[in-house]
Design a protein around this ligand. Structure first.
Ligand code: SAM
Length: 787
């Protein structure tokens, strides 16, 4: 990916963004769009003008206070008591500026709306402090810039820490972040739990997958896996029956919660993506209907009994919404649409459509499939009468049928049985948001009875195991995968079940999935993978690995530290530069499913990294700041050094402050400590205008002469704003560097390089974000990294 392209992408994205403020109202007009949606009666005729007026108005800025629960609440308090009063009664260009408002429907008042354009927010001095607050807190993952409607699907999914969750179309990852927060809801202020559940975030676009990895690194989770697969043919994975990685009895991995936030035409984002106005045509939604349906049907096969799927789009088109649900639910007795009117009661919504029409490429609108067929026949006859070959185009080919029965509503009794009105439609004029669609599907809990010889449950598991009917375009990749599997089986390196052998979906015995096997399997596959999948293997270290033992001893970690789930990522499978922590369930999945077959792009949180130690000292592994909350529950109290706000001020202000400038007793305490990595606790309190609302624990590095705070520049600035009320850090000479996983400038991993996060410039991340902005996927949060 060339740099020039990135720049081109940025320019394009910027143009679109700023046109939203400047475009003429007359340009926001499209007769086809108006005719189509008026025919659908998506809003009552008396609301049409206010609906249009809202579509033509720029979107307000919205954001969500994220992070763990207690951090979120103290940050929300700062917003309410410090920033909102400071932003009240302000004028811009002599116009009053409304203060930020809490979104009334979002739980605990954690989401906010601010009716100020990005330009004003960035340029006006009154907003400087608030803008810096938002930028820094966003960088460290405490604030998420997200469109209001995009926050809905994760709320309706209702994820609990024990759930196994699949986010099928996840990039760039704003909803993934929300799902991760829900999975970690039991984290405390200073320490992170390792949830029993799991989140697999997937996207079929390789570049967007890497953006997803970068975004989700803001809430480091050992329970997160990122895969790069086509969701409509998402493979079946296996897990041990008794949840232990060493068990040889496996069963298909079924999910308790699945989010299918599918690619769509995106006309619900017209307020933001004004480019959609000119090019809108019903054909785009018609074309996406098939893929959307296949993704939803795959989700239904991967769902556990009693589980829940949320299907969502940022499109208002019934062909992409109710028609997909109707086609998926047709003849399906195990699934039903969940009534949702009692959930988020303050959300203003409209019911799903129970009748709709579809339009062909010419713009003609048909009430039913039969009407469409009749019109097509008429057109063919007319062609024949005019001497053209019947039903063939200029090249003599059969014309493609543009509409299918599935694009139209099913018979009224079916519509009633499905309860399509239970879907949720959000329109821009209802509460000043984008347009959106959400449906919540539930799979009935299984009721296997001894009287049933082959229970429905087993039948579904068998279905789950079947390879999907594969579209032509996907076949080459699957053939490569099949070849990979054959090779694994012939070498005996790692036995992966052949779905054809699994006729009941009952438990299957795979080869002994020992750690050594996994390592051998990974090495055997190196350089032998088809397609563009070039990730390094995931190798779990033995508990007595000397490097791991050294990290454990240095921090005096308790025996309960999960050392069996520490992995490394390089071709040799040795602890070269970084150690990653995965959850036990993630370990089980990696051990029982070849990482290349599931195109596993990321798993595990980097917890220890090698640090060169200057003159005369040996390099050693240090704990990473962002991983500290994960390590803390296993740390011996005596290892933690006590600091105070005076010490914190010196650490935040300086880059390499000398040991001699620190106040006592901290200075004396540190003199007694060896060189290298240490962890300091700063207790809640106030001093000289600075205050800490809760304890903070941070990593530092002791060299021969100085002590350095080991957190990145933006995290340091965010901390400074929170504690000292302003950014007292030493300004960097250049743009700050950030960490991104597993990609160098070319999107390739060099031979022999350590598979870990690498440092790239902010420009690179912005350019990556912009490049993916250009992909037409109906993404409500395409600009989420850009405040
Ligand atoms: C609406 S966007 C998802 C937005 C995302 N859920 C979020 O909240 O940030 C749709 C995504 O689907 C991805 N996609 C398109 N076709 C796909 C497929 N067949 N399988 C999986 N992902 C797909 C696109 O790359 C895009 O990132």
């Amino acid at each position: 990916m060339g740099r020039n392209n990135k720049r081109g992408g940025r320019k394009h994205a910027r143009d679109n963004t700023f046109r939203a403020d400047q475009v003429q109202v007359t340009a926001m007009h499209n007769d086809r769009l108006f005719a189509y949606y008026q025919a659908q009666k998506i809003v009552p005729s008396e609301e049409w003008e206010s609906f249009l007026a809202a579509l033509r108005t720029p979107l307000p800025t919205t954001f969500r206070v994220a992070g763990t629960r207690q951090t979120a609440h103290s940050l929300n308090e700062t917003l309410r008591t410090t920033h909102v009063p400071a932003l009240s009664n302000l004028l811009f260009d002599a116009e009053p500026i409304p203060a930020p408002l809490q979104l009334p429907w979002y739980p605990d008042g954690l989401a906010w709306q601010f009716n100020v354009s990005k330009k004003v927010l960035r340029k006006s001095p009154e907003f400087k402090e608030f803008h810096s607050f938002l930028v820094f807190e966003t960088e460290v993952g405490n604030v998420s810039r997200q469109e209001a409607v995009s926050m809905l699907p994760p709320l309706f999914l209702d994820v609990q820490p024990h759930h196994r969750v699949l986010d099928m179309c996840a990039a760039p990852g704003s909803k993934t972040a929300q799902l991760l927060e829900a999975l970690h809801a039991q984290d405390t202020l200073t320490s992170s739990s390792i949830p029993p559940g799991l989140l697999i975030a997937n996207d079929s676009d390789h570049k967007r997958t890497h953006l997803l990895i970068h975004q989700s690194a803001r809430l480091p989770s050992p329970a997160l896996m990122v895969t790069n697969l086509d969701a409509s043919i998402y493979p079946s994975m296996r897990v041990p029956v008794d949840d232990s990685a060493s068990s040889s009895q496996t069963t298909p991995l079924l999910f308790d919660r699945i989010l299918a936030d599918v690619p769509c035409s995106g006309d619900g984002t017209l307020r933001k993506n004004v480019g959609i106005w000119a090019g809108w045509q019903a054909g785009e939604g018609n074309g996406l209907h098939g893929l959307q349906l296949r993704i939803l049907q795959r989700a239904m096969k991967l769902l556990a009994p009693g589980g829940r799927i949320v299907y969502s789009t940022c499109s208002m088109n019934p062909v992409e919404n109710e028609a997909v649900l109707a086609a998926a639910l047709g003849g399906e007795k195990d699934f039903h649409l969940l009534p949702t009117s009692h959930l988020l009661p303050a959300l203003v919504r409209r019911p799903g459509l129970t009748t709709w029409q579809a339009s062909d490429r010419s713009g003609a609108i048909y009430e039913s499939y039969d009407a469409f067929l009749a019109a097509s026949e008429g057109a063919k006859r007319e062609q024949a009468d005019n001497g053209k070959e019947q039903g063939r185009d200029r090249k003599g080919k059969e014309p493609k049928v543009t509409l299918t029965r599935g694009h139209f509503p099913p018979p009224p009794e079916e519509v009633e049985r499905m309860g399509l009105e239970r879907c949720i439609r959000i329109y821009p004029h209802l509460q000043d948001t984008g347009g959106f669609f959400v449906a919540v599907l539930e799979r009935r809990p299984s009721v296997a009875t001894s009287a049933t010889p082959v229970s429905r449950e087993k039948k579904r598991e068998a279905d789950h195991e079947e390879e999907e009917e594969v579209p032509e375009s996907k076949k080459p990749r699957l053939e490569e995968e099949a070849a990979e599997r054959r090779e694994e089986e012939s070498t005996g390196v790692m036995k992966v079940e052949d779905p054809a052998d699994v006729d009941t979906g009952a438990t299957t015995t795979t080869g002994p999935a020992s750690q050594t096997d996994t390592q051998k399997g990974a090495k055997a596959k190196k350089g032998d993978l088809g397609g563009s999948f070039k990730e390094h293997p995931y190798t779990f270290l033995p508990a007595d690995d000397p490097t791991l033992a050294g990290c454990i001893a240095r921090l005096h970690l308790t025996p309960s530290f999960p050392s069996s789930t520490i992995l490394v990522r390089n071709p040799a499978g040795t602890p070269a530069r970084a150690l990653y922590l995965a959850s036990p369930l993630v370990r089980s999945i990696i051990t029982h499913n070849h990482y290349a077959r599931i195109r596993l792009a990321s798993a595990g949180v980097k917890v220890f990294t090698k640090q060169e130690a200057g003159r005369g000292a040996e390099a050693q592994f240090r704990v990473l700041g962002e991983a500290l909350p994960l390590i803390l529950p296993y740390m011996d109290e005596g290892t933690i050094v006590e600091g105070d706000l005076g010490v914190l001020r010196v650490l935040v202000q300086g880059v390499y402050p000398l040991c001699t400038v620190f106040p006592e007793p901290f200075r004396g305490l540190m003199e007694g400590r060896e060189l290298g990595s240490h962890v300091v606790r700063f207790p809640q309190g106030a001093l000289d205008g600075a205050s800490l609302s809760h304890d903070v624990i941070l990593p530092i590095w002791k060299s021969n002469v100085s002590l350095t705070l080991m957190i990145d520049k933006k995290a340091k600035s965010a901390l400074s704003m929170r504690v000292f009320g302003k950014d007292i850090t030493t300004p960097a000479k250049e743009k700050p560097l950030v960490l991104i996983d597993r990609e160098d400038g070319d999107g390739e991993v060099g031979e022999g390089t350590e598979a870990e996060r690498v440092v790239v410039s902010v420009d690179d991340v912005e350019a990556l974000a912009d490049e993916v902005d250009d992909v037409p996927v109906g993404d409500a949060d395409a600009e989420m990294v850009d405040l």
